[in-house]
Design a protein around this ligand. Sequence first.
Ligand code: NAP
Length: 302
Amino acid sequence: MLPFARVSIIGMGLIGSSLARAVRARLPTVRLSVTDADPAVRARVIDLDLADDVADSPGAAVIDADFVILCVPVGAMAGVAASIAADLSPGCVVSDVGSVKGQVLADLTAALPGVAIVPAHPVAGTEKSGPDAGFASLFAGRWCILTPAAGTDPVAIERVRDFWTRLGATVETMDAAHHDLVLAVTSHLPHLIAYSIVGTASDMEAVTRSEVIKYSAGGFRDFTRIAASDPVMWRDVFLSNKDAVLDVLQRFTEDLTALQRAIRWGDGDALEALFTRTRDVRRTIVDAGQDTDDVDFGRPHD
Ligand code: NAP
């Protein structure tokens, strides 16, 4: 039996539209009702035929749904949750796809008392935004982390797990605070470094902009891809995962200072030891199937 029959998606950008496409492809009998704050996005979703209904408001989109997934920036979750509270059907399970979980769990719990809330984070994405950027296979073979509060109805958790498994994801359950620390290291800090390094390069007066573009293949290009990620989404990630990001940033700054010292004092052994250790980390990631061995990060997808 399908875990849910009537699914509602609020926010039809990269992740929301990928979810709609994945549901269409893998759960074709599910009835999909969606909405987005932007009328142009709603019109595009109709053109692309991504859902059965495209509603004008979140409240209208969730009526009759047995599963609602919020796919808006983390900072918009509280407002959207409040706007659907009066229209949810009894027994409806509410989830989200936000990249930060502690803040979202707190926001949804406060806005939706008595509702089964099972937050989720599909660890999959690209630097693109909007409904045209989505694709059905985005979640296949990727992790999806569930972070329900202690005491959440186990049946609701199991149904959400089943839903994501049917979309091809591998589901893991984790405490929200632990999720936020892990993702601060594996995702949030790398994005912050990319934003910072691309900003530094474009501000350097001794190096022209055309030289930055011309010689970008020397490592810089991969940072520019990450630094092209959605500004609103990432603003919200850093504001709502402040404590974990600042913790990890402190560690990183200390390690960077140690590298600075090694370079200043010509300590080649220290540099080589670190670079050998990090090469092993890369090998482990490739062996775990989390990336291919291709050097080109601009790999295509279907
Ligand atoms: P996106 O492509 O920018 O799409 C977000 C969509 O939500 C936009 O169309 C936006 O409309 C709409 N929206 C904003 N506020 C809204 C509101 N109050 N009511 C209804 N719709 C609203 O962003 P995304 O990459 O799909 O990210 C969505 C969520 O997924 C975020 O929470 C993010 O943390 C999470 N996530 C992202 C990735 C990734 O790699 N991108 C990966 C995993 C999880 P406007 O443009 O008009 O604001």
